[in-house]
Each structure stands twice: as structure tokens, then as C-alpha cells.
Design a binder for this molecule. Structure first.
Ligand SMILES: *[C@@H]1O[C@H](CO)[C@@H](O)[C@H](O)[C@H]1NC(C)=O
Ligand SMILES: *[C@@H]1O[C@H](CO)[C@@H](O)[C@H](O)[C@H]1NC(C)=O
Ligand SMILES: *[C@@H]1O[C@H](CO)[C@@H](O)[C@H](O)[C@H]1NC(C)=O
Ligand SMILES: *[C@@H]1O[C@H](CO)[C@@H](O)[C@H](O)[C@H]1NC(C)=O
Ligand SMILES: *[C@@H]1O[C@H](CO)[C@@H](O)[C@H](O)[C@H]1NC(C)=O
Ligand SMILES: *[C@@H]1O[C@H](CO)[C@@H](O)[C@H](O)[C@H]1NC(C)=O
Ligand SMILES: *[C@@H]1O[C@H](CO)[C@@H](O)[C@H](O)[C@H]1NC(C)=O
Ligand SMILES: *[C@@H]1O[C@H](CO)[C@@H](O)[C@H](O)[C@H]1NC(C)=O
Ligand SMILES: *[C@@H]1O[C@H](CO)[C@@H](O)[C@H](O)[C@H]1NC(C)=O
Length: 708
């Protein structure tokens, strides 16, 4: 019995000593990993726990992959997945020297050190040892300095991801030696100079992105030898001259972006050869001449962006285009003539022709579409009426026709657009009442109808628009009273009824609009007193960081099936520091405004207005207000502009008013106020006192503007 056990034990020992080395990684590789760990995390041992001194086989460690070496049965490390370690550890100061131990592991085939925000130059000399590397992922760090030349000796590289770093200097022609490269991503760095001709040697390249660098010069024609290239992004650089016609040789290309450069000349006809092309982006260049109609015959082309160029016309051919295009943006060009009828034949989801010189009327067929979600024809010279067919575009979610000379009433059928979320008809000559716009089934969130000739009263149906966040009806001819049902649009953030013919009192319960940040009722014929309840407008009164930093644009794009790349935030024309300005409402906290100026309001200013601590601009000028400037105004810590001029205010100006920390503009002129406004904490560089019809014992500065 004993003998048997001993033999058994012996044979077990024999077996284990024979096979044990084959389970273990080489000790120098294990040591290298431990050294890397200690450089990375110091003594934080609770991280990468399996990487420890008591565990001998590093092939068993997390994030490590081993394979049997070809020559013997020994296991060696072939892959390290070291992505996003430092964010997890809360470290943002790891330097590139921490990587040096890893470069001893010559057997590495795949190394991923992405998203670690590592600082410093990439350790080039040591890198040269990793001649087996096929995949090198170093994106999302802060590597700086020149691209290490040793990189170009890693001849086996197929994937080289270097995007989002701080690499600078020129792109070395030795890049051409990496002939096995399939994917080279260098976008989001500071690389300058020209693309070397040798790039044409990378015969296996399928994906190349050099976007967002400082590259300049011509786009090299040698790129055209990259026959397998499927993805090419050279956008956001300083490339100039013409697009080389040889681009037509990139027969496998499906994504091509050259946007945001200074490319000039015409779009080469040869682009029509690119039959695999799905997405072509040439926006923000200096391209001129015709839009080649051949583009609309590329059967795979889904998205075409030609915005912000100098393109003058459509090159109409006899062949009627047959396109599968779903996204077309030709805004900010010099297109003239009328909207081409053939556009209506495409099943477009997104069409933007804004900021051109298009004229003529809106083709009714444009709206006979079951697909169209986004239509922007703003800032052209379009005239005529909105066709009755508008009601057929039932998928429409965003419609902008602003800045044209369109006229007439909104057709009844408009009320069928129950998916419409964003409507901008501002700066036209639309007339008639608003009942078709505010139908009970509406989903509208943003409504911009300013500068038109809309008339009639505000419809009661407004109470159904529960989603409405922005209602801009300024500069129209709306009559009647402000309906108190407005207070039921509980999500309202901005409301402008400026410059209409509204009369009657300001509804008491507007104060229940708890998200309201802009209330502009100025230049109407409103009478009665200012409701004391306005002091309860809670977004203006209590700090609500969530709302103040609410970026409209972060939330809107999700409603579209294809995200429009260049969605501009809605804007609103307001009096801001004595200037009438069109202000962008991307970030809602930027403008918190209460403007009741130029009405017939009388009585005293309710002291509750002093509770509106978030308010940045208060304008009560040009009314018939009497009594004192409330003492409570000293609580308006964020007030930048205060205009109480042209009233009948009396009494002594409270010295505390001059101490409001942000106040940079005020006007108290044309009242019967007494006293001096003491110098506040603001800079006194520009004093612009308007001595006015106030009566007082001393030289008063009743109007003052401080420029910073
Ligand atoms: C060391 O790593 C091994 C696995 O590699 C693990 O089982 C062990 O718990 C670790 N020891 C410590 C102290 O973390
Ligand atoms: C890096 O950051 C960590 C944590 O914030 C800190 O403990 C360490 O001292 C820093 N090291 C250097 C060299 O600044
Ligand atoms: C590179 O490899 C050589 C030979 O294999 C070795 O002697 C040297 O230490 C390695 N260099 C680094 C930095 O690991
Ligand atoms: C064309 O591009 C695709 C990727 O879209 C790729 O899989 C294919 O290999 C490429 N063709 C050639 C001939 O390189
Ligand atoms: C275009 O690129 C330049 C340089 O990279 C950048 O500063 C600018 O913001 C970009 N413009 C647009 C509209 O993206
Ligand atoms: C506001 O007052 C009107 C009547 O004056 C009333 O019909 C409406 O329900 C009130 N709204 C709110 C939200 O209190
Ligand atoms: C303004 O309203 C008053 C009544 O409050 C009225 O007498 C006057 O005619 C109105 N003015 C205009 C221009 O509508
Ligand atoms: C207040 O409104 C009036 C017009 O209603 C305008 O003239 C004035 O400039 C505004 N004040 C400020 C400070 O913007
Ligand atoms: C201003 O108010 C006083 C009474 O407080 C009144 O006598 C005077 O007529 C008012 N002036 C104007 C222009 O309304």
C-alpha cells in the first residue's frame, strides 16, 4: 500500500514538473507586468488583484492573453487589454514612462492602452522591440511630441489607432513602409504639414482617418492607389487646392469626408465612379460651380453634405435622377432659381436648402412625402403661400421656413402634422389666425412665429399643447387678452408675446409656470397692475442648476431618425442691455429675462419681484408705474440689467441698488426719483449718466453702462 502511494506520488511529481513550465509565462514577462502595475497604481493593491507576487503564472492574470510559442510548448503573452484603467482608478497624471516595462514583452501581437489619458512623449526607442505587433491601440491618451519614428519599423502592424492624442509635427514618409496596415486612425491630433506621397504604398489600407489635425497642402493623388479603401476622413484640416480627380479611382469607398477644409474648384465628375459610396461630406469648403447630377445616380449614396460652399446651380441633365438619398444638406451655398421638382421624387428624411438664393413658390409635391422628417428652407427668397399639401407630410418633425417672403394663412391641413415638434416660420408675412397651428393633437415643443402678420386672439386650444417649451409670437398683430390657459402649459420655458396688440391684465396665475426663464410681454397695450404673484415664478426665483444648464440641443436630436449634424439652437429676439438682439437659446440659463416694458401698466412695483434672484434682466420701462423702487431689489444678486425708466416712480433711490454685484447696465431716468446711486462694485470705466427728468439734490447717475 505504502509502496504504491510512493510511486504514485513520484509519478505525479514527475508529471507536474514536466508540464508546469508550459502553464507559466516567462518570468521576465511576469516581472514586466508587475513593474508596470507598480508604476501605474503605486501601492493600490486592490486593483488588478490577480497581478500579484504570490501568483506565479501571469497567463492566468486578468487582461492578459497568452499563446504557446511556436518553438516550444512555453506560453507567452500575446495580448494585453489595458484600456481605460486610469479613469477607473481616478488617476489623470500617469506618464508614458509607465509603459516602458510593457515594451520588454516582445511576444506581444496586440496591445491596447487606449483611454488612459497618459501624459508625455510615446517611448519610441523601447517600442522598436515589439516587432510582432499587429494591433496597437493607443487612442484617448495625451501622448505628445512627434510620432515616434520607430513605429514605422513595426512592419506587421495592421491596426494603428492613435486618435485623440496630442501628437504633432509632420507625417513621416516612412509611414509608407507599414504595408500591411489596414486601419490607420490619427484623427484629433495636432499633426501638420502635407500628407506624404508614400501613403500610396499602403496597399492594404481600408480605413484612414486624419480628421481634425493641422494638415495642409493638396490632397495627394497617390491616395487613389488605395484600391481597398472603404473609409476616408480628411475633414477638419487645412487642405487646399482642388479635390484630385483621381479620387474617382477609390472604387471601394463607402465613406468619404473632406468637410471643413479650404478645398476649391469644382466637385470632380469622376466622383460618379464611386459606386460603393454611401456617405459623401464636402461641407465647409470653397467649392464652386455646379452640383454634379451624377451624384444623384449613385445607387448606394444615402447621405450627401455640400453645405457652406459656393455652389451655384444644379447641373440638370436630361436623365431624371433616381436616387436612394435620404439626407441632403446643400445649405449656405449660392443656389438660385426655384426648388427643383425632382427633389420631391426622393424618399428624403432630411432636406436642408437654407441660406441660398432660392426663389419662387413652395412646390406642393415637396410635402407629398411619407418620409420627410426635417425640412429647412430658411433664409431664401421663397414667396407665395404654404400649400394645402403641407398636411400630407405627416412624418415631419422639424419645419423651418423662416426668413423668406411667404404669405397668406396657415392651411387647415396643417393641423394633421401631429408629429411636428419644431416649427419656425419667423420673419415672413404669414397672416390669419393661429388655430391650425395650435391644434389639439399637436406635439409642438418649439414654436417660432415672430415677425409675421398673424392676427386674431390667442386660441384657447393652446391649453392642449402640454409639451410646448418655447412659444415665440413676438412682432405680430395678435389682439385680445393673454388667455389664462397659458398657465396650463406647464413646461413652458420661454414665452415672448412682444410687440402685438394684446390688452387687458397680465393673468395672475402665469406665475404657475414653474420652468419659465424668459417672459417678454413688452410693447403691447397691457394695463392694470403687475401681479405680485410673478415673484413666484420659480425658475426665476430659486436656483435650479438642472434647468439653467439644460442644453436644448442635447435633447432635440433624439427625435430624428438621422441626427442632423448641424442643428442650430433656436433663437429669440430680446432686448438685452439696451440692444435688440437675436439670442441663441442653446443653454437656457444664459438669458433669464422679465420684460414688461412699453405697456400701460400702473400701480406700484410689487416688492415680490425682488424674490427673482436668478433674473439677469428686468425691464419695466415705459409704463405708468408709481411708488418706490422696492427695497427688496437688493436681493436680485444675478441682475445684470435693470431698466425702470420712463415711469412715474418717486422716492429715494436705495443705496443698496448700486451694490448689486452683477449689475452692469441700469436706467432709472425719466422718473421722479431722488438720490444718488452710489458706485457699486462694478468697474467705473464708462460712465454714461443721462441726467434726466428726475428731481434731486445731487448730480445723479441715473443711467449707467459699464463695459467689461
Ligand atoms: C493573487 O492572484 C491570484 C490569481 O492570479 C488570486 O487567486 C489571489 O487571490 C491573489 N492574491 C491576492 C493577495 O490578491
Ligand atoms: C497623481 O495623482 C494621484 C491621485 O490623484 C496622487 O496621489 C499622486 O501623488 C499624483 N502623482 C503625481 C506625480 O503628481
Ligand atoms: C529589446 O530587446 C533586446 C533584445 O531582445 C533586449 O536586450 C532589450 O532589453 C529590449 N529593450 C527593451 C527596452 O525592452
Ligand atoms: C472593401 O471594403 C470592405 C469594407 O467596407 C472590405 O471588407 C473589403 O475587403 C474591401 N475590398 C477590397 C477589395 O479591399
Ligand atoms: C473647422 O476646422 C477648424 C480647424 O480644425 C476649426 O477650428 C473649426 O472650428 C472647424 N469649423 C467647423 C464649423 O467645424
Ligand atoms: C388660471 O386661472 C384661470 C381662471 O382665472 C383658470 O381657468 C385656470 O385653471 C387657472 N390655471 C391654473 C394653472 O391655476
Ligand atoms: C389700449 O388699451 C386701452 C384700455 O386699457 C384703450 O383705451 C386703448 O384704446 C388701447 N390702445 C390701443 C392702441 O389699442
Ligand atoms: C427696455 O425696453 C425698451 C422697449 O420696450 C427698450 O427701448 C429698452 O432698451 C429696454 N432696456 C434695456 C436695458 O434693454
Ligand atoms: C405721477 O404720479 C403723480 C402722483 O403720484 C401724479 O400726480 C402725476 O400726474 C403722475 N404723472 C404722470 C405723468 O402720470
Amino acid at each position: 500500500m505504502a509502496r504504491i502511494s510512493i510511486t504514485l506520488l513520484m509519478s505525479l511529481f514527475l508529471i507536474s514538473s514536466l508540464y508546469a513550465p508550459s502553464l507559466c509565462c516567462p518570468q521576465y514577462q511576469r516581472a514586466a507586468l508587475l513593474q508596470f502595475k507598480s508604476l501605474l497604481v503605486g501601492t493600490k493593491q486592490d486593483f488588478l488583484q490577480s497581478w500579484n507576487t504570490t501568483s506565479s503564472d501571469c497567463c492566468q492574470w486578468e487582461l492578459v492573453t497568452c499563446h504557446s510559442a511556436a518553438t516550444n510548448s512555453e506560453q507567452v503573452i500575446t495580448a494585453l487589454e489595458l484600456s481605460s484603467l486610469t479613469p477607473y482608478l481616478g488617476l489623470d497624471n500617469v506618464t508614458s514612462r509607465a509603459l516602458v516595462p510593457l515594451f520588454q514583452i516582445q511576444t506581444l501581437v496586440s496591445l491596447d492602452i487606449s483611454f488612459n489619458y497618459i501624459i508625455g512623449e510615446f517611448p519610441g526607442a523601447e517600442l522598436a522591440n515589439l516587432t510582432n505587433l499587429v494591433h496597437l491601440h493607443m487612442q484617448g491618451n495625451r501622448f505628445s511630441g512627434y510620432i515616434p519614428s520607430q513605429l514605422f519599423s513595426l512592419r506587421n502592424l495592421e491596426q494603428l489607432y492613435m486618435h485623440n492624442n496630442l501628437f504633432e509635427g509632420p507625417l513621416d514618409g516612412n509611414l509608407g513602409k507599414l504595408t500591411r496596415l489596414k486601419e490607420f486612425l490619427l484623427d484629433g491630433n495636432l499633426v501638420s504639414g502635407e500628407i506624404p506621397e508614400e501613403i500610396g504604398n499602403l496597399a492594404n489600407l481600408q480605413k484612414l482617418s486624419l480628421a481634425g489635425n493641422k494638415l495642409s497642402g493638396k490632397i495627394p493623388a497617390s491616395l487613389s492607389s488605395l484600391k481597398g479603401l472603404a473609409y476616408l476622413d480628411l475633414s477638419h484640416n487645412h487642405f487646399s487646392n482642388e479635390i484630385p480627380p483621381q479620387i474617382g479611382n477609390l472604387l471601394n469607398i463607402s465613406y468619404l469626408s473632406l468637410s471643413n477644409n479650404t478645398l476649391s474648384g469644382q466637385i470632380p465628375q469622376q466622383i460618379q465612379n464611386l459606386e460603393q459610396l454611401e456617405r459623401l461630406e464636402l461641407g465647409n469648403n470653397l467649392l464652386s460651380g455646379e452640383i454634379p447630377m451624377e451624384l444623384f445616380h449613385l445607387k448606394n449614396l444615402k447621405r450627401l453634405e455640400l453645405w457652406r460652399n459656393k455652389l451655384g446651380e444644379w447641373n440638370i441633365m436630361s436623365r431624371i435622377p433616381k436616387s436612394n438619398l435620404i439626407y441632403l444638406d446643400v445649405s449656405e451655398n449660392e443656389l438660385s432659381g426655384s426648388i427643383p421638382l425632382w427633389l420631391a421624387k426622393f424618399d428624403l428624411l432630411h432636406l436642408s436648402l437654407s441660406s441660398n438664393k432660392l426663389e419662387g413658390s413652395l412646390p406642393p409635391s415637396l410635402f407629398q412625402s411619407q418620409t420627410l422628417e426635417f425640412l429647412d428652407l430658411s433664409n431664401n427668397r421663397l414667396s407665395g403661400t404654404l400649400p394645402e399639401s403641407i398636411g400630407e407630410a405627416t412624418d415631419l418633425k422639424s419645419l423651418s421656413l423662416s426668413g423668406n417672403v411667404l404669405s397668406g394663412p396657415i392651411p387647415r391641413s396643417f393641423s394633421k402634422l401631429s408629429r411636428l415638434v419644431w416649427l419656425d416660420l419667423s420673419r415672413n408675412r404669414f397672416s390669419g389666425d393661429l388655430s391650425s397651428v395650435f391644434s389639439p393633437t399637436s406635439s409642438l415643443i418649439i414654436v417660432q412665429l415672430g415677425h409675421n402678420e398673424f392676427s386674431g386672439v390667442l386660441p384657447q386650444s393652446l391649453e392642449n399643447l402640454h409639451q410646448l417649451a418655447m412659444l415665440h409670437l413676438h412682432d405680430n398683430k395678435i389682439t385680445g387678452e393673454i388667455p389664462s390657459v397659458l398657465s396650463q402649459i406647464s413646461g413652458l420655458i420661454t414665452l415672448s408675446l412682444r410687440n402685438n396688440y394684446l390688452q387687458g391684465q397680465i393673468p395672475y396665475n402665469l406665475s404657475s409656470l414653474q420652468y419659465l426663464l424668459v417672459l417678454d410681454l413688452s410693447s403691447n397695450n397691457l394695463s392694470g397692475t403687475i401681479p405680485a404673484s410673478l415673484g413666484k415664478l420659480s425658475a426665476m426665483a430659486r436656483r435650479n442648476d438642472a434647468l439653467e444648464s439644460y442644453d436644448v440641443m442635447l435633447h432635440l436630436p433624439s427625435i430624428f431618425r438621422i441626427t442632423p449634424q448641424r442643428l442650430q439652437p433656436p433663437s429669440l429676439e430680446l432686448f438685452w442691455k439696451n440692444n435688440r438682439q437675436e439670442l441663441p437659446l442653446g443653454n437656457l440659463g444664459d438669458y433669464i429675462v422679465l420684460d414688461l416694458s412699453s405697456n400701460q401698466l400702473d400701480g406700484q412695483i410689487p416688492s415680490t419681484l425682488g424674490d427673482l434672484q436668478n433674473l439677469k434682466s428686468l425691464n419695466l420701462s415705459h409704463n405708468r408705474l408709481t411708488g418706490k423702487v422696492p427695497e427688496s431689489f437688493r436681493g436680485m444678486k444675478n441682475l445684470e440689467s435693470l431698466d425702470l425708466s420712463h415711469n412715474n416712480l418717486s422716492g429715494v433711490i436705495a443705496p443698496s441698488l448700486g451694490k448689486l454685484p452683477r449689475l452692469s447696465y441700469w436706467d432709472l431716468s425719466k422718473n421722479r426719483l431722488v438720490g444718488c446711486i452710489p458706485n457699486g462694485p462694478q468697474r467705473d470705466t464708462l460712465d454714461n449718466p443721462r441726467l434726466s427728468a428726475n428731481k434731486g439734490g445731487c448730480r445723479m447717475q441715473v443711467q449707467r453702462q459699464i463695459q467689461s
